[in-house]
Design a protein around this ligand. Structure first.
Ligand code: HEC
Ligand code: HEC
Length: 286
């Protein structure tokens, strides 16, 4: 399935992919700009990082959503993800199970501002690339001596949302060289591998066909700068790996699990495709 296969109206395939929806300039969501609470300016479009061969411009998923969905993210009072952030704030200073809390070592969540923008990152002591969720669990188990949180459950997703929240507006800047290079290459390989009965890779949808319609969805570039995302579809916060799982399943393939080395590598690679966009999580999406 080459790029030209899709061009020209709707391509006949197991999935119906059509040309871009017709929009007038005034209502084109891609032309709007995102400022949160009237003060945090978010870069939703930028030049592609040098390592990206097939794209010249990168765009946040926000630019592909409807004006109504976009607006929900422009004020924390309208963003349903704020509830998860508030829950994580309370959790931050509550007992992890043995008398210690995040706050015993990190005074306030704001002390961790900016951290999100460089994750996933290589951790010297662990000798591996870690997502922010792995880093949080390392604190809980190795540093506080408490029991790990489930990678893809509410407490962890909320805490991850809080870590994004305090980093909003920072430019995504994950390292892809040095000790992270091997994991990044692995992630890139997964990104371009065709999976499932439909034989579709991440790139087939999010690189070759972004801005086109797939069924009722306006396809984005599949960026992760807005994660965790509050999805209107399932009315909850969704992790990066939860989203990956859904996308792999849609190709009718066996999926990897949240927290697996494959998804960690894929997250590093996908995050690097967004280097230059702002951290905007927790975002609102369909
Ligand atoms: C017993 C002390 C301790 C506790 C409890 C603790 N941390 Fe940490 N945390 C650390 C130390 C030490 C580091 C490493 C500091 C550094 O990298 O500069 C760290 C690093 C981190 C980082 C990565 C910072 C970076 O720059 O990469 C995050 C995120 C983090 N902690 C979040 C949390 C959260 C959320 C909790 C509660 C669930 C928590 N920590 C509980 C001690 C703790
Ligand atoms: C059959 C097409 C298809 C394939 C293949 C696919 N996705 Fe998606 N993906 C979608 C659709 C549709 C959405 C929802 C609309 C959007 O944001 O693009 C989505 C959303 C996403 C999002 C959320 C973006 C945001 O801003 O919230 C991410 C991240 C993502 N995909 C990553 C991936 C990755 C990584 C792969 C490969 C493992 C992949 N997708 C494979 C169709 C696909």
């Amino acid at each position: 399935m080459s790029r030209s296969f899709w061009l020209g109206g709707c391509a006949a395939s197991a999935l119906i992919i059509c040309g871009p929806a017709m929009l007038t300039a005034q209502e084109d969501p891609a032309e709007r700009s995102l400022v949160i609470n009237g003060e945090i300016e978010i870069v939703t479009e930028a030049d592609a990082p040098a390592h990206l061969e097939n794209l010249s411009t990168i765009r946040s998923g926000w630019t592909f959503r409807s004006p109504e969905t976009q607006t929900m993210q422009m004020d924390d009072f309208d963003n349903p993800a704020t509830l998860g952030v508030e829950a994580a704030r309370a959790k931050f200073s509550s007992d992890l199970g043995n008398g210690e809390s995040c706050a015993s070592c990190h005074e306030a969540p704001e002390e961790l501002a900016g951290v999100r923008a460089v994750y996933p990152k290589f951790d010297e002591s662990a000798g591996e690339v870690q997502t922010i969720e792995m880093q949080i669990n390392e604190c809980i188990t190795d540093r506080a001596g408490a029991e790990a949180w489930d990678y893809d459950k509410t407490d962890m997703i909320n805490m991850s949302a809080l870590m994004s929240f305090v980093s909003r507006g920072e430019a995504v800047n994950v390292a892809i060289d040095g000790p992270a290079a091997e994991t990044w290459e692995r992630g890139k390989e997964i990104y371009y591998t065709r999976y499932g009965l439909l034989e579709l890779s991440c790139a087939n949808c999010h690189e070759d066909n972004y801005d086109n319609m797939i069924r009722a969805d306006h396809l984005s570039q599949g960026q992760v700068n807005g994660f965790p995302t509050y999805r209107l579809k399932n009315a909850k916060l969704n992790s990066v790996h939860g989203r990956f799982k859904g996308c792999v399943r849609d190709t009718m393939a066996e999926t990897f699990s949240p927290g697996s080395p494959e998804f960690v590598a894929l997250e590093l690679y996908v995050a690097s495709r967004g280097n230059g966009l702002s951290v905007e999580g927790p975002a609102v999406r369909n």
